[in-house]
Design a protein around this ligand. Structure first.
Ligand SMILES: *Cc1c(COP(=O)(O)O)cnc(C)c1O
Length: 368
């Protein structure tokens, strides 16, 4: 990752909080392919607006486009013209977590960089799953098949002005993250902020052993055998659920399997949270913990109104180097049981919620 200044933080969201405390604020507009929930939360907490400009294929769970995380380039260009100087930076999430763990092509990353530069804007990559994204580029992008993961990773980051990272993702660590920047003045401001909120710039709120784990994790994460096993596990679960007729986001994403709850539970309207109904039932049946990524997560608007999210998905995030084939089969069996009773599931109503990022702590009651 060829950045000049690396500023360690205790998690990815802490890097986001520092970045947007410097670049965000009232009247600012920040585009991304899809902002991750904590990214959106940090943008909005400072008073700026977050906008998602992913390609149309990225919002269609059944579409087999190889890079469904790509930024819509025409949308971005129109956005940069419309919002002009109120845009401090262009973000790009690789892979596109909230959009189904879908990859972004190297060609798209470079095109976003070009557009940002042409309009004089910083280009910041949310790189949480950079290694999985690079592996998809190697597998699917013409001309990339013979290149090493390291080379592809370097190309992805060398056209950016900075990155945010959660080391809990593609750095194999239990905790940690960082903000990387090339601009010395911005980096100095970020470090000053870091000292207030995280710790000294040499450790950013982390213990030394965690920094060591990150360093080793970054070496191991680009191992192609590991990446192959990881991606293949997800594909396997997707193939099996598909065979049950359960609608899943296809092709399989990098770090997770995503169920299209809106399509599967057609009898539950989006604002009665079909994704939450699947997540709850899956836990009751199999003790499997998943996460709604849909109208619970993104439905509440800044003005207090509520509108359905683009999709109502359920994410089964797969921990790295944790599960075996029999765990995957267990998950599939639990879904088999759930499929038999899914027409009996009911929606939910939220009884308690925070204004921002409500999904982390809100409470529900089942509808009868
Ligand atoms: C996890 C994640 C974050 C936030 O990182 P934390 O370490 O959990 O704070 C930000 N963006 C993406 C894409 C993520 O997956």
């Amino acid at each position: 990752m060829p950045f000049d200044y690396i500023i360690p933080t205790h998690q990815g969201r802490a890097a986001e909080a520092i970045l947007f405390s410097l670049l965000g604020g009232k009247g600012k507009n920040i585009p991304s392919n899809t902002h991750f929930d904590t990214t959106r939360g940090n943008v909005e907490a400072g008073g700026a607006m977050a906008h998602d400009l992913v390609i149309a294929e990225g919002k269609d769970p059944a579409n087999l486009h190889p890079f469904k995380g790509n930024m819509g380039l025409e949308k971005l260009e129109a956005y940069l013209i419309e919002y002009g100087d109120s845009v401090p930076c262009v973000m790009l999430t690789i892979t596109n977590n909230a959009g189904g763990g879908q990859p972004v092509s190297l060609e798209n990353i470079q095109a976003v960089s070009k557009l940002a530069k042409a309009h004089g804007r910083l280009f910041i990559i949310d790189g949480c799953r950079f290694a999985e994204n690079a592996y998809f580029i190697k597998l699917r992008e013409p001309g990339q098949g013979e290149r090493s993961i390291e080379d592809i990773v370097r190309d992805c980051f060398s056209c950016a002005d900075g990155m945010t990272m959660s080391a809990k993702k593609d750095a194999f660590a239990n905790i940690g993250g960082w903000l990387a920047l090339n601009d010395p003045d911005l980096a100095e401001l970020a470090r000053a902020r870091l000292v207030q909120t995280e710790g000294f710039p040499t450790y950013g709120g982390l213990a030394g052993r965690d920094l060591d784990a990150i360093a080793q994790g970054l070496v191991e994460i680009v191992d192609e055998n590991y990446l192959h096993y990881r991606i293949r596990t997800n594909e396997y679960i997707v193939e099996r659920l598909d065979a049950f007729g359960i609608p899943v986001v296809k092709p399989a994403g990098g770090h997770a399997v995503f169920i299209d709850a809106r399509a599967w539970l057609g009898h539950i309207p989006p604002l009665e949270y079909p994704g939450q109904a699947v997540a709850t039932a899956l836990y009751e049946i199999g003790g499997i913990r998943s996460c709604e990524i849909g109208s619970v997560m993104f439905g509440r608007q800044l003005d207090g109104s509520e509108i359905p999210a683009a999709m109502d998905l359920v994410r089964l995030a797969i921990p790295r180097r944790t599960y075996t084939q029999s765990h995957a089969d267990y998950v599939v069996e639990a879904f088999g049981e759930l499929a038999e009773v899914k027409d009996l599931l009911r929606g939910y109503r939220i009884t308690k919620e925070q204004k921002l990022m409500r999904h982390f702590t809100c409470e529900f009651t089942p509808l009868s």
